[in-house]
Ligand binder design. Structure first.
Ligand code: G1P
Length: 885
């Protein structure tokens, strides 16, 4: 089945005919911060700055086809009123959507006229959501046309929907201006308490010649008793709800109702209105924000500038492989990590739980791709966010909109996601590989310190409002970034439960595994911490070869390297726990401030000993096989029972396989057996590939809320893109390219199959049991998808700032014997073309020669792969790699 969208060029732009055939498609509108919006083929969606400042009422998916509280526009043509909001009452109207970076064009063709609405938020001035509304008379006769817009101005916190919705309307002060209506409530009632409000929310409309004749600021008067917002009373009796310029109405639900004078429009003639929605700190500011764009020319210029800026940003990562549709689709995937930086996990219709801010795990993973797009910004981000690590290895979980802004969990239930310590090193490692800047490891950073200690199992009186760790002498304590990393990865080693597996705590990557805090264990992330320990050891070894002899760490942290003083018996769970508790106690209120130097070689040995112990434990204890099938058990529940088994009833999770494969715990012989089992129990072609788990058919309250979800949805067995992509990544890493590609391409093909996925281009968080794409745009899977394409499929890897090429392209990936990528590498914009004239498949080819900017380059190798030193790469270079058998 073909997608319902068609790409119109090579820049990702697409067009959708019959765009209103699916109810839950929406498009994000955003600039570089500021106002964030969603928009649908019915001109629905919402507009806000943050959780407490919604201009349009917050929407969830069902509102998109059911609620009238929307961006409402009407054209009254020869005395007949046509709303632009289509709740299924316009079957004969042809609706087309065009998507571009980052603007949305909606066109509706009625029998005698058409309307085209282009919407965007200026990239560099994201204080206003703009719409250019072009009316065209497509009939043979002159028409009398009147334009009216009436956009409800909710103007308050999302919380108020079910918390004093009416009472908060009593705070409204609605100002009637020449070109618009502004609601500036007197106070805010939200979780911050009752406070004086200054924020103003405006709806403005402009036309070059026509003037506004009526202004309707009050919702109930505009609608009129006995009418609805779809066919409001104001359409017939505009005088009844009209107010003069300069008036103010207090205490009512507000609406930005503006009626223009009637215009005479000749056949084939068009006329243009601009509508602006703004949020600002004063009434005057919002008036100015709108007025800046009151002409078509100002609108067009701002749109062009925005489109160009987005395009430039996205041009930093380009792919040519498979076919043009795939390259176009990848552009929409490339914008996703940027969108998640701007939206967090909030503010789009499916993300009806988010309250702004960003999650710890997501932040670090989105950075994997942001490193290809904005490496300098990411370096700063990495450094600042390490300040969120606690000295006990846990971390602040609520991160504000700016890097390094952590919010206290004082009033909330505090949780430890036991996987959180894994991600920072992964991202930092990628940064060092590509930039060669290992100095970041030795930069000093403070620690987050609030009242929660012992992995949040104990509370201690907080000593300082700044939530920073101090020394016994009351100085701010700073340790190296390396020290932060070591703590994050060593603490879990000791934090084990009865099977000597790391405790699940309040969940791991799977947020739905949240009901086994006492005895739950995560084999999956035990494997991943093992990987980190050996990767840190490898990194330190490389640094040792470059002259590093000692590292400096807090005296207390040395304790976590048990082999340096009193070795602990790793088989013995109690001994491990005891060591950990002694460590936790020693850093509970502060640290001594004393730092010591330890030999790098001793640290490497310690880490390797721990990693080796985990590897053999997991292989011995968690591997299950039956004939040609095999799996790693991924979890223990709160009763200490193993979750997975190949015995009937078979239970298998993808997560248990992904991280054991990625960490090399799974042997080369075991992987084919895992794949055979995954193909039987997890793979479903009709919903995008590898599901998170098979159907356990049990509401396992001793493991997590996910088992309460219907099977095939979200964390309970959906095809969850993030895990499916990490599966692909793990398989590529291990050289199981055929299956890795299958996991990646199944996701893409599912999106392209619009009869099932019903979505715009991009990668959704997951596909539900019927294969519908859910939670568009904001998902960590996008970052992992691109990361996998760059580092594995195209094999552009870094080694201390030098480039190593190890492509794993398959036969189906080539376009006329060529595949290309353009990416930023170590501050250089590099295009790499691989040439495969003999159409060889992965495994059949090696790189036999390389040209840099057209000149033959006799390369050295790193682990048998071509290495190109950074100084051979100019600011923008083209590398041609020729593949032969
Ligand atoms: C979301 C969360 C992510 C979490 C995952 C599984 O995935 O953002 O942190 O690990 O659910 O519970 P995403 O939307 O990033 O694909």
């Amino acid at each position: 089945m073909k997608p319902f969208y068609t790409f119109t060029g090579r820049d990702g732009s697409f067009i959708v005919n019959h765009a209103n055939q699916f109810n839950y498609t929406y498009f994000p509108l955003v600039g570089n911060g500021g106002i964030r919006s969603s928009i649908t083929p019915s001109f629905h969606g919402d507009t806000k700055i943050d959780q407490n400042s919604f201009l349009l009422l917050p929407v969830s998916q069902e509102d998109l086809h059911a609620s009238l509280l929307s961006r409402n526009l009407w054209f009254t043509v020869d005395n007949h009123a046509y709303p632009m909001l289509d709740l299924g009452q316009q079957p004969d109207v042809q609706t087309t959507v065009q998507g571009q970076f980052l603007s949305h064009k909606l066109e509706k063709s009625f029998s005698d006229f058409s309307v085209a609405i282009t919407s965007f938020i200026p990239y560099d001035n994201p204080v206003v959501e703009l719409h250019k509304v072009v009316y065209t008379n497509t009939s043979q006769t002159t028409q009398t046309m009147q334009f009216m817009t009436a956009i409800p101005i909710y103007g308050r916190s999302a919380e108020s929907i079910r918390d004093h919705r009416h009472v908060t309307a009593l705070l409204n002060q609605v100002h009637v201006l020449e070109d618009g209506i502004v609601n500036q409530p007197t106070m805010t009632f939200d979780e911050r308490g009752h406070q004086r409000n200054h924020r103003a929310y405006g709806v403005f409309a402009y036309h070059q010649n026509a003037t506004i004749t009526h202004r309707h600021p009050v919702m109930e008067e505009f609608v009129g008793d006995g009418n609805t917002l779809l066919h409001p009373g104001a359409l017939k009796h505009p005088d009844a709800s009209n107010y003069d310029v300069g008036s103010r109405v207090d205490g009512y639900e507000a609406i930005g109702g503006l009626t223009f004078e009637s215009l005479s429009v000749k056949p084939q003639e068009s006329t243009t209105f601009i509508v602006a929605l703004t949020i600002g700190d004063t009434l005057e500011k919002v008036r100015q924000y709108g007025a800046q764009y009151h002409t078509e020319e100002a609108f067009d210029n701002a749109l062009k500038a925005s489109n160009q800026t987005w395009q430039k940003e996205l041009d930093q990562l380009q792919f040519t492989m498979r076919d043009t549709d795939y390259a176009n689709w990848l552009k929409w995937v490339t914008i996703q990590p940027i969108l998640r930086r701007l939206f967090g996990n909030s503010y789009l219709p499916h993300h009806d739980y988010g309250k702004g801010g960003r999650g710890w795990r997501d932040l670090w993973q989105d950075a994997l791709t942001l490193l290809f797009l904005d490496p300098h910004g990411v370096e700063d981000m990495l450094y600042k966010n390490y300040a969120g690590v606690r000295i006990d290895g846990s971390n602040a979980t609520i991160i504000g909109d700016t890097d390094g802004e952590f919010k206290s969990d004082r009033n909330h239930i505090v949780r430890v996601w036991m996987d959180h310590g894994v991600w920072p090193f992964l991202t930092t490692k990628l940064f060092i590989e590509r930039s060669g800047n290992s100095d970041i490891l030795f930069e000093k950073q403070r620690y987050f310190h609030d009242q929660h200690t012992h992995y949040t199992r104990k509370i201690t009186p907080q000593q300082d409002d700044r939530e920073i760790l101090f020394t016994a002498n009351n100085d701010i304590y700073e340790g190296t970034i390396l020290e932060h990393i070591l703590i994050q990865n060593l603490v879990p080693f000791y934090n084990v439960d009865s099977h000597n597996i790391m405790r699940l705590e309040n969940a791991d990557w799977n947020d739905g595994l949240d009901m086994a805090p006492d005895h739950g264990e995560s084999v999956a992330f035990t494997a991943m911490y093992q990987k980190n320990m050996s990767d840190i050891a490898d990194l330190l070894e490389a640094l040792h070869n470059r002259g590093l002899r000692t590292i400096t760490i807090a005296k207390e942290v040395v304790y976590l390297f048990d082999t340096l003083s009193t070795p602990v018996n790793y088989e013995n769970v109690e001994s491990k726990q005891a060591l950990l508790h002694r460590y936790f106690d020693s850093v509970m209120t502060n640290v001594s401030g004393e730092q010591v130097d330890v030999e790098v070689t001793a640290v490497i040995q310690d880490l390797r000993k721990k990693a080796d112990f985990i590897t053999s434990l997991l292989r011995k204890q968690e591997w299950h096989e039956q004939d040609s099938l095999g799996l790693y058990n991924g979890y223990y529940d709160n009763d200490g029972m193993k979750l997975e088994s190949l015995q009937e009833p078979v239970r298998m999770t993808l997560t248990g396989q992904v991280f054991t494969i990625m960490s090399r715990v799974a042997t080369d012989d075991q992987i084919p057996k895992i794949l055979a089992a995954a193909d039987i129990y997890l793979y479903d072609k009709h919903r995008g590939g590898y599901a998170l788990n098979n159907d356990f058919d049990e509401v396992k309250t001793n493991l997590g809320r996910m088992f309460g979800f219907a099977y095939g949805h979200k964390e309970n067995g959906a095809v969850f893109s993030h895990m499916a992509v990490m599966f692909a990544n793990a398989l590529y890493q291990r050289g199981f390219v055929k299956h890795g590609r299958k996991a990646m391409m199944s996701l893409y093909e599912q999106v392209q199959d619009s009869t099932r996925s019903k979505m715009y281009p991009g990668l959704p968080e997951y596909f539900d049991i019927k294969g519908r794409g859910m939670y568009s745009y904001l998902t960590g899977s996008a970052s992992w998808y691109l990361y996998t394409l760059v580092t594995e499929v195209f094999g552009i890897q870094g080694y201390f700032g030098d480039m190593v090429l190890q492509p794993k392209l398959s036969q189906e990936d080539w376009v006329d014997g060529k595949a290309s990528i353009t990416t930023l590498f170590n501050d250089r914009m590099i295009t790499i073309n691989y040439h495969n004239p003999d159409d060889l498949d992965y495994g059949e080819y090696t790189i036999s020669s390389i040209q840099i900017n057209g000149e033959e380059y006799p390369f050295d190798t790193h682990q048998n792969n071509p290495l190109i030193p950074r100084d051979k790469l100019s600011k923008s270079a083209t590398i041609d790699g020729y593949l032969t058998r």
